[in-house]
Each structure stands twice: as C-alpha cells, then as structure tokens.
Design a protein around this ligand. Structure first.
Ligand code: SF4
Length: 257
C-alpha cells in the first residue's frame, strides 16, 4: 500500500515536471483549435477516428453544408450520409454509427443537443456520453475539452500515449483506453480546463515533433533525464523499449487547419 502511494506520488511529480518543461518548449497556454458546440464536436471527433485531419475536416464541412441541422443528418438515408463522408476511413461504419449515436442522444435526452452537459460534473458528463455505444473515453474527453464546454477533461491520443509509455508515466502494457484515467490521476486536482488541455497538447506535440514512433530524437529531448526509454537508448542499452508497440496512424483528435 505504502509502495503504491510512493509510486503514485513519484509519477505525479514526474508528470508535473514533464508538463512544465514541455510547456516551456512549446509555449503554454496553447490556443484551442476548435470552437464548436458539444454536439458538433462529437460528430467531428467521430469522423476523425484514424483519418487524416484534412479528410475528416472536409467530411464535417460536407455534412454541415448538406444538412440544415443535425436532426436532418440523424434522419437521412444512411447511404447518403456515407456518400458525404466517403473521404474518411470506414465511411460504411461511421455513417450508421454516427446516426445511431444521434438517435441515442435524442432518446435519452429528449432532444438532439449536448449543451446540458455543462450542468454536470466532468465525471458525470463523461459517464453519460460513454454509456452510448460507440463513444469511448477519448471521444468523451474530446467533447468536453475541445468544444465550447471547455471542461477539464484529458483526452489521450496516440502521440500522448506513446510519450506517457516511454517516460514511464504509465506501464508500457497499458492501452489507450485505461490510460485516460491513469494519466488524469497524475494531474493536480485543482488544474483548470486550460491547464489540462495544455498538458494533452504538449505531450501530443512532443510525440509529433520529437518522440516520434520510429525514430525518437532522444539526443535533443528536453525530458531525457526523466525518461527511462531515452536514457536506455542513449546509453546503448538493449533493454526493452516500450515504444515497440503496433504503429498507430495519424492522431485522430487534432484537426488543425
Ligand atoms: S527521451 Fe526519447 S523516448 Fe524519452 S520522451 Fe524524449 S524522445 Fe521520447
């Protein structure tokens, strides 16, 4: 029990140090990249899963242009929706899934809107969303953090996840899903939405620009001394590298212009 607490406190301290150094490197606060209402952010997030940013952005724009409101998208022929989002990966799965999620929201809430989430706690809002099949922790956190709700929820994308594994913030065997709660538990409870957003953003940026999947630039990494993977690589050690997991395509959460 005491060992567990010591380990948690150690990882909390490391997370804070990593945050501070990466914020220095990448310039916090980071500007929000979206300003969508929560329902639109949800649709955008669902489209973007394992899809290049420009393709999911184009599909979202096509839906906006073709349907006067999201009720019309919900009630449209699925084949038609699939046609409009044909540029994303797996449009044949995403079209019916998005419509099923929109119907589920309507059934549970009475109307097709998510603005009411603002009155719930972050945990309540995430639980409400994740009770709908097809919405996982990454999507629920994205809706709360990236939308106009601007709540303190931590999404974890593939870059963020890789840096967290390599630095030992989470075990190398931990998948993205459970990493959401594990990584959120390392952050100070009193951090506001911007600080939590910054944390996600700087780890994501570090994964994109320095700690890349195939060739991490440990020699110029500002958190090298905190990272067992980097230290092992620099010293030439053959110790197992937790980065050697299956490659993950482009980050599905970030749709920067
Ligand atoms: S030291 Fe290397 S492995 Fe560790 S975070 Fe930096 S770039 Fe990634």
């Amino acid at each position: 029990m005491g060992q567990d607490r010591t380990d948690l406190e150690s990882r909390q301290g490391k997370a804070l140090e990593i945050h501070q150094r990466l914020c220095q490197a990448y310039g916090c606060p980071i500007a929000y990249f979206h300003d969508l209402d929560p329902l639109s952010e949800l649709i955008s997030s669902l489209l973007s899963h394992r899809t290049r940013n420009q393709d999911s952005g184009r599909a979202f724009k096509a839906l906006r242009e073709h349907y006067p409101d999201w009720e019309a998208l919900r009630d449209a022929p699925t084949a038609e929706v699939q046609h409009h989002i044909r540029g994303v990966t797996w449009p044949e799965q995403k079209a019916p899934r998005i419509q099923a999620i929109l119907r589920a929201i309507t059934d549970r809430h009475g109307v097709l809107a998510l603005d009411f989430l603002e009155s719930l706690s972050v945990q309540e809002a995430r639980s409400w969303l994740e009770a709908i099949p097809g919405i996982g922790p990454k999507t629920s956190a994205a809706v709360l953090s990236f939308s106009q709700l601007r709540r303190a929820a931590l999404p974890v994308d593939s870059h963020h996840h890789r840096v967290a594994q390599r630095t030992g913030l989470i075990p190398s065997s931990m998948n993205v899903g459970p990493s959401h709660s594990a990584l959120a538990a390392l952050l100070p409870a009193d951090w506001d939405a911007q600080a939590v957003y910054d944390h996600h953003e700087v780890l994501m940026l570090h994964g994109q620009r320095c700690c890349t999947f195939r060739d991490p630039a440990c020699g110029r990494c500002v958190i090298l001394d905190l990272c067992p993977t980097g230290l092992a690589r620099i010293s030439g050690s053959r110790s197992p590298d937790p980065s050697v997991l299956e490659p993950v395509p482009d980050n599905p959460l970030h749709r920067r212009p």
